[in-house]
Ligand binder design. Structure first.
Ligand code: BDR
Ligand code: CA
Length: 312
């Protein structure tokens, strides 16, 4: 059984990532959720995580709030994609839990230091919490099996013509992570933009009409419509859920071991994950970069997870 921590900024696709992990208790054990500012303010992403777990009746899962802003930059949020709440589109239940008092960074450090076997970290927001945890207690490295993160891209971008949102928001923290020497899988936009539930798929989810699907369907519709308006996508790309799927079934993405550097100084290219696809720089590869994805399998997993959660 793989043991995981999800560090997230919910966010529609973060919510789907949590749901997939929670529904897949035969494959992964979710040890806790940590939140970070990103899609919305730190206050809202934390509140959203509590609401999601309340919907899932996962009240025993620890939720720890992390950083409200990036290491050195002003916070950039994404209300045009996720709405003013960060999870617009449906009414989630008011939180039935409080989360824990411990800071996300301390929760991550403590959980790793106490772990009997190495854990997998799944960051699906800006990398602020993970970067600080690595700086604050470098000994956690020996207990990190791998970091499977949603962020970056080789060829694609979304927040600027050069960069993906999570890396753009905190490129300094991303640099700490990418230069950590740890095994890293980068599940970036090259694959996550394909991990899409179409408007038709969302109509099918609507028809399930269960306690979870009836909340999720309008949320997905809002997210799909925003992605349609801005990127002309015909559905909802579930970026963050694909990172979880890649832990549950590593074969769902095909990766190449490549050198990736994060741009922190560029005038137009802040946050670009500069990937040396041809080995031009002759540098030691540091990242397993996802370049292909089995979309039908991913959809099956997502819809299976929603059905499973409806039953619980
Ligand atoms: C990433 O940015 C956020 O808006 C999403 O939740 C995802 O983590 C996609 O670029
Ligand atoms: Ca996210």
């Amino acid at each position: 059984m793989k043991k995981i921590i999800i560090d997230c900024d919910p966010g529609h696709d973060d919510m789907m990532a949590i749901m997939l992990a929670y529904a897949s208790s035969d494959a992964v054990e979710l040890l806790g959720i940590t939140t970070v500012a990103g899609n919305q303010t730190g206050e809202k992403t934390f509140l959203n995580a509590l609401k999601v777990l309340t919907l899932l009746k996962a009240e025993n899962l620890p939720v720890a709030r992390g950083f409200d802003r990036p290491l050195t930059r002003e916070l950039t949020i994404a209300p045009e994609i996720h709405g003013v709440s960060g999870l617009d589109g449906a009414n989630l239940p008011e939180p039935g839990i409080n989360g824990i008092e411990e800071h996300a960074v301390d929760f991550i450090i403590r959980t790793l230091m106490q772990a009997a076997e190495p854990l997998i970290l799944i960051p699906t927001g800006p990398l602020t919490n993970i970067g600080v945890a690595l700086l604050k207690e470098p000994r956690i490295k020996k207990n990190i099996e791998r970091i499977v993160l949603m962020g970056g891209a080789v060829y694609d971008s979304n927040i600027t013509p050069a960069a993906e949102f999570n890396i753009y928001v905190d490129p300094e923290a991303a640099t700490i992570v990418f230069e950590s020497g740890l095994p890293i899988t980068m599940v970036g936009l090259d694959v996550t933009n394909k991990a899409m539930l179409t408007f038709e798929d969302i109509s099918e989810i609507e028809k399930l009409a269960g306690p979870v699907s009836s909340v999720v369907a309008p949320l997905l519709r809002f997210f799909a419509q925003a992605n349609c308006d801005i990127f002309n996508f015909q559905g909802a790309p579930l970026h963050d859920a694909l990172a979880v799927a890649a832990v549950i079934r590593p074969g769902i993405v095909k990766t190449s071991h490549l050198h990736v550097a994060v741009e922190t100084a560029g005038k137009f290219t802040r946050g670009r994950t500069v990937t040396d696809v041809y080995g031009i720089l002759n540098l030691e590869p540091n990242v397993d970069v996802a370049l292909e994805v089995d979309v039908p399998r991913f959809k099956e997993m997502m819809i299976g997870a929603i059905r499973e959660l409806d039953k619980r």
